[in-house]
Design a protein around this ligand. Structure first.
Ligand SMILES: Cc1cc2nc3c(=O)[nH]c(=O)nc-3n(C[C@H](O)[C@H](O)[C@H](O)COP(=O)(O)OP(=O)(O)OC[C@H]3O[C@@H](n4cnc5c(N)ncnc54)[C@H](O)[C@@H]3O)c2cc1C
Length: 393
C-alpha cells in the first residue's frame, strides 16, 4: 500500500491552502461583523475563484467545471473548511444532480452555474419534512402550461444570492412521485417568507420560501417524475464527504491555534502546555484529527472509483460524515477551553468555528440519521462493511 499523496495532489492541496489564506481569511471578520459578506466581497471572491480555477470542482470540464475526483475535491474542501463564517460557500459547487439535466437544462442552468454566472439553491426541507422528506407537502399538479407548484420550503441555503431554486415536490401529493423542478426565483408566485437568524454568521442566508400557484413548464423537471429521492441520495454522497472534509480542515485550524497558544500563554510561571491536563487535550485533539483524516482520505479515494457499488458509497459516506462532524465538535470545544476567555471571543477563529460547526451534526442528515443508515447497513451486510478492508460483497 502506498498512502503518499502524488505530486499533483500535493500541489493541489498547497494551492487550495494558499487560496484559503489569501482570498478567504481576509474577509472572515467582515462576515462576522456584518453577519454575512457584502455583494462587493462576494463579487471579488467569485472572480478569484474563477482566476484560481476552483469553480465547480464537482462538475466535469465538459460542463465548465474542474472535473475533480471526489478525492481531489476533499483535498480542496479540507483547506476551504478552515475559513470561518462559511466563506467557503462563496466557492460555488453547483448541485450535483444538475448533471442529470437535459441538454437544454445543462446549457440554461448547469454551465452558467459552473462558470459562476448563475447560482442554484436546493430546497427540500419544510416545516414538517426534515429528516423524513417523504412528509413533503409541496405539491406540483398538472395544469395548462405545465405544473402548478404550491408549498413552502425552509432553510434554503444561499437562497438570498441564488437566482434559481431546485424545488423538491410531490406530484399530486404522492411521495412515489417525488420530483425536482427548476424554478426561477423571480417567477410569479415565488416569495421569501422569512429570513431567520442562526447560530453561525454565515456568508449567505437560509431564507424560507413560499410557492403560490407557481406555473412551471414540464421541461423544467430534473431527470424525471419520481426521481427526486434517488437523485438526492446520490448527491448525499458528495455533500456528506464535502462536510466531512471541511470538518477535518476546521479542526486542524483549531488545533494549530490552540497548540500555538498553549506554548505562548504563561500562567503560574510556565506555558500552559506544561500542565499535563492541557498537553493531554492537545494529544486527544491531534489523535482525533489523525483518525478522521485517515478515514476521510481512504473513503474519498475509494469512492473516486466510478465502479464502486452505489449502496456501498452511501454507507461509507454516512460513516465519514458522522465521524468527522462529531470529531470537529469535540476538538473545537477543547480548543475553546485551551484558549480560555479568548476562546469565547468572536474575534477568535476558534470561537467562530465552534459556532459554525455545530450545524454539521444537523444538516445533510443528522447524526442520528447517519447512525440509522449505518445500523441498517450492518444489519443487511454485516459489520465487515465497515470493519473489513477490501469489501467486495
Ligand atoms: C443552517 C441550515 C441550513 C440548511 N440548509 C438546507 C438547504 O439548503 N436545503 C434544504 O433542503 N435543507 C436545509 N437544511 C435542513 C436540514 O437538512 C434539516 O434541518 C435536517 O435534515 C434535520 O431536519 P429537521 O431540522 O426538521 O429536524 P427533525 O427531522 O425534526 O429532527 C429533530 C431531531 O429528531 C431526530 N430524528 C428525526 N428522525 C429520526 C429518526 N428516524 N431516528 C432517530 N432520530 C430522528 C433528529 O436526529 C433530531 O435530533 C438546513 C438546516 C440548517 C440548520
Amino acid at each position: 500500500m502506498d498512502f503518499k499523496l502524488s505530486k499533483e495532489h500535493r500541489a493541489l492541496q498547497v494551492k487550495a491552502k494558499e487560496f484559503t489564506e489569501q482570498v478567504l481569511f481576509p474577509y472572515e471578520m467582515e462576515c462576522e461583523e456584518n453577519n454575512g459578506i457584502t455583494p462587493e466581497t462576494h463579487k471579488y471572491i467569485t472572480q478569484q475563484v474563477m482566476d484560481w480555477g476552483f469553480n465547480a470542482t464537482n462538475h466535469s470540464k465538459e460542463h465548465g467545471g474542474q472535473g475533480m475526483t471526489l478525492f481531489e475535491q476533499a483535498l480542496c474542501s479540507e483547506q476551504f473548511g478552515m475559513s470561518t463564517g462559511a466563506i467557503w460557500d462563496a466557492i460555488p459547487q453547483p448541485s450535483f444532480p444538475m448533471k442529470f439535466g437535459t441538454q437544454e437544462q445543462i446549457e440554461e442552468y448547469l454551465i452558467p452555474s459552473n462558470q459562476c454566472k448563475r447560482r442554484d439553491a436546493y430546497a427540500i426541507t419544510e416545516a414538517d419534512a426534515g429528516s423524513d422528506p417523504t412528509q413533503c407537502q409541496t405539491t406540483a399538479v398538472k395544469c395548462d402550461g405545465g405544473y402548478k407548484i404550491n408549498g413552502e420550503k425552509w432553510y434554503v441555503t444561499v437562497g438570498n444570492v441564488a437566482d434559481f431554486l431546485l424545488v423538491h415536490t410531490h406530484i399530486d401529493g404522492d411521495p412515489e412521485k417525488a420530483t425536482v423542478f427548476f424554478v426561477e426565483k423571480d417567477a410569479p408566485g415565488v416569495s421569501v417568507k422569512r429570513t431567520p437568524e442562526f447560530t453561525h454568521h454565515f456568508a449567505f442566508k437560509h431564507p424560507e420560501f413560499t410557492f403560490t400557484d407557481v406555473i412551471v413548464d414540464e421541461s423544467k423537471i430534473l431527470k424525471g417524475i419520481g426521481e427526486g429521492f434517488n437523485m438526492t441520495k446520490d448527491w448525499f454522497v458528495e455533500a456528506r464527504l464535502g462536510i466531512a472534509a471541511r470538518c477535518v480542515g476546521g479542526a486542524e485550524r483549531v488545533l494549530n491555534v490552540a497548540n500555538d497558544w498553549a506554548a505562548e500563554r504563561i500562567q503560574g510561571g510556565r506555558p500552559i502546555r506544561e500542565y499535563q491536563v492541557i498537553e493531554h487535550m492537545i494529544a486527544d485533539m491531534t489523535m482525533e484529527i489523525m483518525a478522521a483524516k485517515s478515514l476521510l482520505y481512504r473513503v474519498c479515494w475509494e469512492i473516486s472509483d466510478p465502479d464502486m457499488d452505489r449502496k456501498l458509497k452511501h454507507a461509507r459516506a454516512s460513516a465519514i460524515k458522522l465521524w468527522c462532524s462529531e470529531m470537529v465538535n469535540h476538538v473545537t470545544d477543547k480548543g475553546v477551553q485551551i484558549l480560555g476567555g479568548r476562546g469565547y471571543m468572536r474575534e477568535n477563529p476558534v470561537e467562530r468555528l465552534w459556532r459554525d460547526q455545530r450545524v454539521d451534526r444537523i444538516w445533510e442528515g443528522t447524526s442520528e440519521i447517519q447512525r440509522n443508515v449505518i445500523g441498517g447497513q450492518i444489519k443487511k451486510r454485516g459489520v465487515e462493511l465497515y470493519t473489513g478492508w477490501d469489501y467486495e460483497k
